[in-house]
Ligand binder design. Structure first.
Ligand code: ADE
Length: 256
């Protein structure tokens, strides 16, 4: 996969790309991430990428020209042909997605991350200041928000999306890590975890976790998953199919 990030603040995104899983995914050649400064696509001496809004008002608006030119530049660098994959294997989608990060976008979630992990090429446009010229939307295929709050720009938001999708690209996580990832994302909240010491400042690890009885431990964990989800995010329980055992555990929790 190829990812391009268009930003007025390249240093804001470069650091996190050099750490942990994102770094490893690039080293393994599973994703190539480029950070482009929107100002390099301006033509005047002051490298102006924004201007005052027509109609008046406070703040500055991101100009359309550097964005159009940057997207055209990136597209000119990318080979159009997709390698043919063996039959039965779903290949990456061939069209480039141009994603505008903005609080007005569709709310990002794990389902979107999964779909995006199958793309071949993603271009992220980080909006900044008070707004962007509406004509930029002509090159945009998707507008994404990471939540109902306003950041100073799309940089941190694009990193959130990139982090969430890159770890879903096959091969990015090791076998063990993938198992943890898949069990972690069941659509419900996670159960509590403990490690040594067995007792810390009077707080004890639940006895069952020390019992070595894997069946009972699995049942305890499932119950804690359901307990937490029921308490903090009951809406998530509406989204998944509960087994008869889940229903029994929920009844038990409610009766406690
Ligand atoms: N830019 C500013 N706020 C944002 C948000 N919540 N999501 C995505 N991009 C943003």
């Amino acid at each position: 996969m190829r990812i391009d990030i268009l930003t007025l603040f390249p240093n804001m995104v470069k650091g996190p790309l050099k750490e942990s899983i994102l770094k490893r995914a690039q080293e393994k050649g599973l994703v190539k991430i480029n950070v482009l400064d929107i100002r390099s696509f301006t033509h005047n001496k002051h490298r102006t990428a924004d201007d005052a809004p027509y109609g008046g008002g406070a703040g500055m608006v991101l100009k359309p020209e550097p964005i159009f030119e940057a997207v055209e530049f990136i597209e000119s660098k990318v080979p159009r042909k997709v390698a043919t994959l063996p039959r039965g294997r779903q290949g990456p989608k061939s069209k480039v997605k141009v994603i505008l990060m903005s609080p007005q976008g569709k709310r990002f979630d794990q389902g979107m991350a999964k779909r995006m992990a199958k793309e071949r090429h993603l271009i992220f446009i980080c909006g900044h200041y008070e707004g962007i010229d509406e004509r930029i939307k002509r090159v945009v295929t998707d507008e994404i928000s990471i939540g109902d709050y306003v950041l100073t720009g799309g940089e941190l938001a694009s990193l959130v999306v990139i982090d969430a999708l890159v770890r879903l690209i096959p091969g990015v996580l090791g076998k063990e890590e993938s198992i943890i990832r898949d069990s972690f994302y069941s659509g419900l909240l996670d159960h509590p975890h403990y490690t040594r010491p067995e007792e810390y400042r009077g707080m004890r690890v639940p006895k069952i976790l020390l019992s070595g009885d894997h069946k009972r431990i699995a049942s305890w964990r499932r119950k804690e998953i359901l307990r937490r989800t029921l308490k903090r995010r009951p809406d998530l329980l509406e989204e998944i199919k509960l087994s008869n055992e889940d229903k029994r555990l929920i009844k038990e929790i409610k009766g406690e």
